[in-house]
Design a protein around this ligand. Structure first.
Ligand code: SAM
Length: 440
């Protein structure tokens, strides 16, 4: 059997794509290896949302040239957002690269590998599709990891946020038919999956572009009815689409975990307008208020961009003020980086110095660390249910799992607990995680 090695950059969407690639490769008799030196097929699944993604990809590919020199017949391929964005340029600049597949062309990979193996071509596929059937090869073994599985429900994004490259590299919004999604969740439940994470660039606008399709809240209701599934999560959402129906779903659906990741990006109206986010600070606050009223135990996380073009100290201060006011349990914060093809890169100078961006990032992160630590300490003494999904990164002999509110808990326990629900008493806390004691 041939072996493949895959390196993945970026978000959960990309991790899920890599799992899908692995399943497809399994069907053409490739098995995974952790050792790049022994791989017959080396793939890079890329992300271009932030930073100098392109340089990172070119330098990884440059370093991989040696593997082709040392062993005959090795195939090297690039997929994901950078592949979509760079296309032909990648093949021109990297003569040892064999194939390039875009974000909507994973299903084509088996035939592209065959073509590359025959050495008569260097295939490239970067087309976008209007029909969601290109997403329909998700079935396959080896999907159960710690009792959890990703389920893609939609791809692409129709929002016009000025900083964001996603619509350019992932395409326009396209939703999978709900009957297919439910079929997949049922099949996962049969395989032993207990928690599903519904995935998409903007899941809460699910179904909007598909006439006659149910909406996201209704989809959650259907997934909630699947026997065997005990927890439902989803990511990522846009604040514009946090509908009253979705708020109601948090209040009424038993299996929907009490956690929402709702990227706010900035606490300043003027910055939000330049970002073209489509909501004001007040509208965002009112939606969160409505959600907390209906589901008081909800835990919230968000994304923040600091150093957006023209961001003044006052505007930045409004972001700090919003963080203090909303007390998220967790945030993901980034310094602004102009991305190719985006409106903000075309319209505005990237005029905030790297030093100021770094200082603002530090300020945001240290404010949040204090908030997270305090909120985590409040959990000490409480009982929580966790789904054990891996070994702890901290110490041998410990396992980790997440609470319904998405807090990580590390606890002493054997690997045999993987994929089981356990009740833990919280005994300690850091800003990033909780320490617990499993009650047997
Ligand atoms: N759908 C999400 C939303 O509501 O905006 C976007 C998800 S994006 C893949 C993940 C995060 O990366 C964004 O929420 C944003 O905070 C950050 N990000 C995106 N573009 C960026 C850029 N040009 N510079 C810095 N951070 C960026």
């Amino acid at each position: 059997m041939k072996k493949f090695y895959i390196q993945t950059y970026g978000c959960q969407m990309n991790q899920n794509d890599s799992q899908r690639i692995a399943r497809l490769l399994g069907r053409i008799d490739y098995m995974p290896t952790e050792s790049i030196e022994s791989a017959d097929l080396i793939l890079l699944n890329t992300c271009s949302v932030r930073d100098r993604a392109e340089q990172k990809v070119y330098s990884a590919l440059g370093a991989w040239k040696q593997f082709k020199e040392h062993r005959d017949g090795v195939i090297i391929g690039v997929g994901g957002c950078v592949a979509q964005q760079e296309g032909e340029t990648l093949l021109k600049r990297m003569p040892h690269l064999d194939l390039v597949f875009g974000t909507q062309n994973i299903h084509k990979l088996p035939e592209m590998i065959e073509e590359a193996q025959a050495r008569n071509a260097r295939p490239m596929e970067t087309a976008f599709y209007r029909d969601p059937s290109y997403l329909e090869d998700a079935e396959g073994p080896a999907r159960v990891q710690g009792g959890k599985a990703f389920v893609t429900i939609m791809q692409g994004c129709n929002k016009v946020c000025s900083f964001c490259i996603v619509p350019h590299v992932r395409g326009r919004e396209i939703s999978r038919p709900s009957w297919r999604i439910i079929g997949e969740v049922e099949s996962l439940a049969h395989q032993g999956v207990k928690e599903v994470m519904l995935l998409g660039q903007n899941v809460n606008s699910y179904g909007k572009t598909m006439p006659g399709e149910i909406n996201f809240a209704e989809l959650l209701g259907r997934v909630d009815q699947v026997d065997g599934i005990r927890r439902i999560r989803f990511t990522t959402s846009h604040p514009q689409d946090l509908s009253p129906e979705l708020i109601e779903a948090f209040a009424t659906l038993d299996k929907l975990c009490e956690h929402l990741h709702l990227p706010v990006q900035s606490g300043s109206d003027s910055v939000l307008a330049r970002m073209r986010r489509g909501y004001t600070r007040d509208e965002y606050l009112r939606r969160i208020e409505g959600l907390r009223e209906r589901c008081p135990e909800i835990s919230l996380s968000t994304d923040i961009i600091v150093g957006f073009p023209g961001e003044t100290e006052r505007e930045f201060g409004e972001t700090l003020e919003l963080l203090t006011r909303l007390e998220y349990s967790e945030i993901f914060s980034f310094t602004y980086s102009p991305r190719p093809q985006t409106v903000s890169a075309k319209l505005y100078n990237d005029d905030i110095s790297e030093q100021v961006k770094k200082d603002r990032l530090t300020a945001v992160q240290s404010l949040q660390r204090g908030i997270s630590l305090r909120k985590n300490r409040e959990r000490i003494g409480e009982l929580e249910s966790i789904l054990v999904d891996g070994r702890s990164r901290l110490k041998n002999g410990q396992v980790m799992g997440r609470t319904r509110g998405n807090r990580i808990v590390n606890a002493l326990g054997a690997e045999g607990l993987l994929g089981t629900f356990q009740t833990v008493r919280i005994t300690g806390a850091t800003a990033n995680s909780l320490i617990g004691e499993i009650l047997f």
